[in-house]
Design a protein around this ligand. Sequence first.
Ligand code: PA5
Length: 463
Amino acid sequence: MMERIRFDFGNLMAPNVDGGVDAAVLDGPLAEHFREAYAVVSARRAQGDLGFLDLPYATETVSGVLELADGFAQWFEDVVVLGIGGSGLGATALKEALLGPFWNAMSDEERDHFPRLHVVDNPDPHTFRMLLDRLEPGRTLFNVVSKSGATAETMSQYLVARAWIEAAVDEEKARGHFLFTTDPTHGVLRQIGDAEGVPMLPVPPNVGGRFSVLSPVGLFPAAVCGVALDELLAGAADMEQRCQTDELRSNPAGVLATVLHQADVSAGRSIHVLMPYADRLRPVALWFQQLWAESLGKAVRVSGEAQPTGPTPLAALGATDQHSLLQLLMEGPHDKVVLFVDVEESGAHVEIPSRHPGIPALAYLGGHSMGHLLRTERAATAEALRREGRPNATFHLPRVGEGELGQLLMLLQIATVYAGAMYGVDPLDQPGVELSKRLTYGLMGREGSEVPEIPEPDARWVL
Ligand code: PA5
């Protein structure tokens, strides 16, 4: 049964942490500022811009996903998702969190005969070749995920995969090895799918890539491996409803956006670290990194001048990064806020045996569980940061279950659109990624693209 997740932001508040937010400020000007941001977001929702908020209730779409997933799961042994950015990170986050890091290494019986799942984002030929060499074309499904249908990385993978399949099965059968997840009416992928009768799933027009994890983009890969979509979506719906209030103290996403925005603009704490203490949640931190970066890192026009704005997200993992980043977090510049994720039930009980009773450096570990050690390290690190005047907060998850994950993903997405309103940027666009795409098109010889002149490396500056 799903339990609610909790967000403990006490270590961002005064006097718990030096320079923390005063309760009177939170309940006064910040609550008022949030009400304004909430009004901006509500207006966008009313205009139909924020389709991700409706995804938990899209029952027809979910039925379509489940129907295809059921059929494909019976036939295919390997499902390969081809998608990058928002079209790949969500599927990876769901896969790792809900299926675990060893899903593809499990036997058929252990996987309950659901297929293995691979998410390939980068067009790195080494990875792609190594993967294809390990797959059986006759039992492989490619789920090509691209909202625009024109993303060079994904489409190049599609072209290679299509030729690879066609070399093994006849052309007629080849189309049955593909599922396109794309815009319902626009784009090249939609055109190809319509012309060739390839099965397709829609990405709603008002759902952008990085807000698409709960659309068919993330749902199909999860469902084909047996993830309980109803629980995932129930969790997301619960959070969506919790956040339907402009009263700051009752709105978890509102509090998150407010404290992070405030930490950035009033204290220069512009680096926002998401650090789950669970290996399975590491890809959630990477998913958040893209969500926060691509949504909020924008040029804002102030008196006609473009002013760079936006926080810098950083994905970390506890306890691993206590041995990598913690020194910097404790004593480096005061420019960070750390968000921990604590998982109460780890999902496996591993007892640490008592041994070497005469060696105090080891004896204290005996009799505790490994999960207890991991959780204790999180609590100790949060306290250590607090004592150094380093603000931090913690999401407490009862477990890494579908419902709990649905809540967390929805909370982070809603916080992102609130933060967009607070920073005065449009969290749904990404104009800054266009130039490098255009230059790539020109250099790769795409018709109608201007071939850019890139200066030759200057020998003086090359060693
Ligand atoms: O969040 C976004 O909008 C981007 O990261 C896109 O998801 C990414 O560029 C892939 O785009 P597409 O789905 O059109 O292939």
